[in-house]
Design a protein around this ligand. Structure first.
Ligand code: GTP
Ligand code: MG
Length: 181
């Protein structure tokens, strides 16, 4: 890129910078920490340690700064999701689109979370992760399995993606930029 383009980007970033607070929830091993690693540093790894409690990370993309709360997904941590999701700009719910046996549990936990009045109207982004694996569910199958069409009181989007291949991460970032302020 020519020097004046990067200078312009740096300069406009000073004046037009945007931010978003994001909480990421979903069942264990769906790929939440992998998502943060991949968008934060392009770092894909098969070896990720299950999250205990939560981690916070600031990720800067162009002139958008994302403050991301990566919450643990094991059953004993799920009662904390609501606390970390209240007051954020966006909730991301990640589901392993290849692990169809867990769809019922994911549906239950998602609707349980959204039933909290404190989270009313917070936009929701559902990511069907691991679409690099054969036999993963499509977006339409996820909408049906997670009953996304029953969610009325907020903006909802659903994309199929993969942290491993980075498929669709560009549109996920576009969506997050649109919901930054
Ligand atoms: N094939 C494939 N594997 C993935 C993908 N994303 C994550 N994984 C793997 O899934 C496993 C769990 O990933 P994590 O990112 O730790 O999942 P998590 O949702 O943070 O899990 P908890 O912290 O326990 O809630 C790891 O072995 C990852 O390498 C993907 O897109 N494709
Ligand atoms: Mg994790």
């Amino acid at each position: 890129m020519p020097w004046y383009t990067s200078l312009f980007q740096w300069f406009s970033g000073l004046f037009f910078s945007k931010t978003a607070d994001i909480s990421i929830v979903g069942l264990q091993a769906s790929g939440k920490t992998s998502f943060v690693n991949v968008i934060g540093s392009g770092q894909w790894s098969e070896e990720v340690v299950p999250t205990v409690g939560f981690n916070v990370r600031n990720v800067r993309k162009g002139n958008v700064t994302l403050k991301i709360w990566d919450i643990a997904g094991q059953p004993k941590f799920r009662s904390t999701w609501e606390r970390y999701c209240s007051g954020v700009d966006v909730i991301i719910f990640i589901v392993d689109s290849h692990d169809k046996e867990k769809f019922d549990a994911a549906q239950f936990e998602l609707h349980q979370l959204l039933s909290h009045q404190t989270l009313a109207a917070v936009p929701l982004l559902v990511l069907g992760n691991k679409n690099d694996l054969e036999d993963h569910a499509s977006v339409n199958e996820l909408i049906k399995a997670l009953e996304l069409d029953k969610i009325r009181n907020r903006a909802v989007s659903c994309y199929s993606c993969s942290m491993k291949s980075q498929h669709n991460l560009d549109i996920v970032l576009q969506w997050l930029t649109k919901h930054s302020h």
